[in-house]
Design a binder for this molecule. Structure first.
Ligand code: PMP
Ligand code: GLN
Length: 386
């Protein structure tokens, strides 16, 4: 393994899911739903397979039906207009979108300012591009039960070598939804310092309690300098399909496509047709999905609180970040390693998403994209901790 990747080892998700299997624990670690997405979308995939649509290499940028559906979805939800032919690219999940974007846009030695804690593939992809990450730590605000962005810290992180800002909202793992004010400040900084912005918005449909998902590309000056990343895995509960996308101006999309063509060349065909149908589902689907997840959030948040955790109630995503210090614990990694034996539950230590490990040490993430009975059983088990 080369020096660029050596520090990363095995992803925490693989490690913790293997631990769950080995110990027969309830897996609230890796974020994947335990029920599949809509029947009619599965049927659409079967139809595509059977009708021979996408069984051979589809077009590199993605099948036109899906590119059009992505553009229409952005227009319907946010009033953003993207040309399906030049401003949309289908990728093998958001993971490939992140990799292709960073490999396409970064020069060796460039700096990337990213919010910390960050989704684990960001650091690895920045490293593969030979660039350097400059983390800006989201600060816990126990009073508001939220992690927030310190705009002065963000500003101070930008140097003459900064090439781009890497943003994620709704934010994994903290569940923070950046506010319009916070995002406006990000946008102003990007314009002032002439930076590109890559924004991972895979949880765009999972926002609660009246929080608003504000796509960065909708803010003044941002349409031309923003690469927006989305995924069908999260919105339609098909994480195994690996269908994601990028929307951006033609020059940026063309750059990302240059990298993508040598990573996967094209993305899996039949699923693209099915996701095109999924994106056209009526708003009732998206509303029902969010309402269902909201009930699960409340169930798990109440259970974790009862079990003695301090809960950062997420305004978005399907993750809850907790602070384990009220349980008399301080090392999230050690806690997560011992949790299967102590309570038969698996969670993720947030520290793995930090460069400043000590800042993330007491935080542990639980996923609530699971059936109600599973969440009830998990919280019952966790009550044995105290
Ligand atoms: N970004 C974030 C913030 C995520 O949480 C995930 C997956 N959990 C991804 C990207 C990757 O998405 P995909 O499965 O579509 O590759
Ligand atoms: N994004 C999911 C999570 O944060 C898992 C993705 C993965 O396993 N790489 O849990």
């Amino acid at each position: 393994l080369n020096r660029r990747l050596a520090e990363f080892g095995t992803t925490v998700f693989a490690e913790m899911s293997a631990l769950a299997l080995r110990t027969g624990s309830i897996n609230l670690g890796q974020g994947f739903p335990d029920t599949d997405g809509p029947e009619e979308v599965r049927e659409a995939a079967v139809r595509a397979l059977r009708d021979g649509r996408g069984n051979q290499y589809p077009p590199g940028p993605g099948v036109p039906e899906l590119r059009t559906a992505i553009a229409e979805h952005q227009h319907r939800r946010y009033g953003l207009t993207f040309d399906p032919d030049t401003e949309v690219l289908v990728t093998a999940g958001a993971t490939e979108a992140i990799a292709a974007t960073l490999l396409a846009l970064l020069e060796p030695g460039d700096e990337v300012v990213a919010l910390e804690p960050y989704y684990d593939s960001y650091a690895a992809c920045i490293a593969m591009a030979g660039a350097a990450r400059v983390p800006v730590t989201l600060r816990p605000d126990p009073e508001q039960a939220r992690f927030r962005l310190d705009l002065d810290e963000l500003r101070d992180a930008v140097t003459d070598r900064t090439r781009l800002l890497l943003i994620n909202t709704p934010h994994n793992p903290t569940g923070t939804v950046l506010t319009r004010e916070e995002l406006t400040a990000v946008a102003e900084l990007a314009v002032e310092r002439d930076l590109l912005v890559v924004t991972d918005e895979v949880y765009e449909h999972l926002v609660f309690d009246g929080a608003e998902h504000v796509p960065l590309a909708t803010l003044p000056g941002m349409r031309e300098r923003t690469v927006t990343i989305g995924s069908a895995g999260k919105t339609f509960s098909f994480t195994g399909w690996k269908v994601g996308w990028v929307t951006a101006s033609p020059g940026l999309v063309s750059a990302v496509r240059s990298a993508k063509q040598f990573l996967t060349y094209v993305s899996s065909g039949p699923f693209q047709y099915a996701v095109a149908e999924a994106l056209a589902l009526p708003d009732t689907y998206f509303d029902a999905f969010r309402t269902d997840m909201l009930a699960k959030r409340d169930l798990l948040a109440a259970g974790l609180t009862e079990a003695g955790f301090a809960v950062y109630r997420p305004a978005g995503t399907y993750f809850i970040t907790t602070d384990i210090r009220p349980l008399g614990e301080s090392d999230g990694y050690a806690f997560c390693r011992s949790l299967p034996e102590r309570a038969g539950v698996v969670a993720i230590p947030n520290a793995v998403f930090y460069d400043h490990r000590e800042a993330g040490a007491p935080f542990v993430r639980f996923a609530f994209c699971k059936q109600k009975t599973v969440l009830e059983e998990a919280t019952e088990r966790l009550r044995s901790l105290t």
